[in-house]
Structures are given as structure tokens and as C-alpha cells.
Ligand binder design. Structure first.
Ligand code: GDP
Ligand code: FE
Ligand code: FE
Ligand code: FE
Length: 185
């Protein structure tokens, strides 16, 4: 377990419901790490930190990205995509966590990326299937996750993409690239 002080600091960034989600992602990330042979400590730490900036005002998220030259094309897309990349740039100074693999898993947990690492996949999938999650198709994704990280993640991205299509919202190109790359992994 990450130390109590770090746990408290993350908890203080978010409402109670988001903290329960975070604890759920930690639990699922540990299970997936054991199942698929990833570093359990890193998976648990990345899961703890993944939504650190989720409830920051969007302007603060945006400013963090700009201050660290990390905005890329993100500001042209939904603000819902900003919190992972924002967390990855603020966490070293805010928490002392500097592990690049952990920060990458945090950075890419919403969109995915073309060459997802084992840790990236575990955190992104844990975010979809943690016990508090309830959306159409989540049980199918949980079933797929028993055997295949990649098949489960493709199903996760498919559900997000379908949801965005239905709402007439833009789809971040990297999400499509991530999904396509996972088909070959
Ligand atoms: P959460 O932070 O635990 O709620 O989960 P995520 O970080 O995975 O998701 C954040 C939100 O981003 C979801 O509600 C998605 O619907 C939304 N979103 C908006 N545009 C996109 C997109 O192009 N790709 C992805 N993957 N998510 C998007
Ligand atoms: Fe998130
Ligand atoms: Fe996600
Ligand atoms: Fe999350």
C-alpha cells in the first residue's frame, strides 16, 4: 500500500464518490497486475494517482498543461481528456512521485496510446472494470479481462467510442489509434 500521507493527499483532491472509485481502481489494478505479470506496486500507485486532477477546475488543468508544455493537441478536444496528462505533469512536484512508468500510465489512462505498456493497459482497464463501475457492457469487459488484457481493453474503448458517437461528440484520434493497435497486440 502507498503510505497514508499520500493516500490522504489524493483523497483531499476529490469528492467521496471519486475516492471510492480510486480505491476500486487500486483493487482491480492489483488483481490485473498479479494476473498478467506486472509490477503490483507500480500498478497500485498509478491507480491511486490516475484521477488526481479529475476534480480540479478545468482552467487549472489547462494551465498545468500549458505551464509544462504538455498541451499538445489536447486543448482542441474534450476537457474530459485533460485530467490524466495534467496529473502526470503536476504529480512530481505535488507528491514526489517521479517514476516514468507510473506517470505514463497516469498520463494515458483515458485516451490510451499507440504502444501501450503492460502498466498502461492495466491502469486503463482497471479504470473501466473496478467494482463500483456500472455501465452497459461492463460485465462483458470483466469477463474478457479474466483472460485477455487486450480484448478487454478493445471492448472498453469500443464502449467509449460508441457512447461518444451516440452523443454526437468528437472522438480523440489517439483513442482510435490505441484501439486499433490493441487489435494486433
Ligand atoms: P474517469 O476519469 O474514471 O471517469 O474515466 P476516464 O478517465 O477513462 O474517462 C473520462 C471521460 O472522457 C469519459 O467519460 C469519456 O467518455 C470521456 N471522453 C471524451 N472524449 C473522449 C475520447 O475521445 N476518448 C476517450 N477515451 N474518452 C473520451
Ligand atoms: Fe480518469
Ligand atoms: Fe478510462
Ligand atoms: Fe478513473
Amino acid at each position: 500500500m502507498p503510505n497514508d500521507q499520500l493516500m490522504e493527499q489524493v483523497k483531499s483532491q476529490m469528492p467521496a464518490k471519486r475516492w471510492s472509485h480510486t480505491l476500486g481502481v487500486m483493487e482491480s489494478a492489483c488483481i490485473l497486475a498479479e494476473r498478467f505479470g506486472a509490477d503490483r506496486e507500480k500498478a497500485e500507485l498509478a491507480a491511486l494517482l490516475h484521477d488526481y486532477c479529475k476534480y480540479w477546475p478545468v482552467n487549472k488543468q489547462k494551465q498545468a498543461l500549458l505551464d509544462h508544455d504538455a498541451a499538445g493537441d489536447l486543448l482542441d478536444y474534450e476537457a474530459a481528456l485533460w485530467h490524466g496528462p495534467a496529473a502526470a505533469v503536476v504529480l512530481p512536484a505535488e507528491t514526489g512521485v517521479t517514476d516514468a512508468e507510473v506517470l505514463d500510465a497516469v498520463r494515458w489512462h483515458t485516451s490510451g496510446r499507440e504502444q501501450m505498456t503492460l502498466l498502461d493497459k492495466i491502469v486503463c482497464l482497471a479504470d473501466y472494470i473496478e467494482p463500483n463501475r456500472d455501465f452497459p457492457g461492463v460485465n462483458k469487459i470483466r469477463q474478457l479481462a479474466e483472460h485477455s488484457l487486450e480484448k478487454a481493453l478493445v471492448a472498453g474503448f469500443d464502449s467509449t467510442i460508441s457512447f461518444l458517437l451516440e452523443k454526437g461528440q468528437p472522438i480523440y484520434p489517439l483513442t482510435v489509434l490505441s484501439r486499433n493497435a490493441l487489435l494486433h497486440d
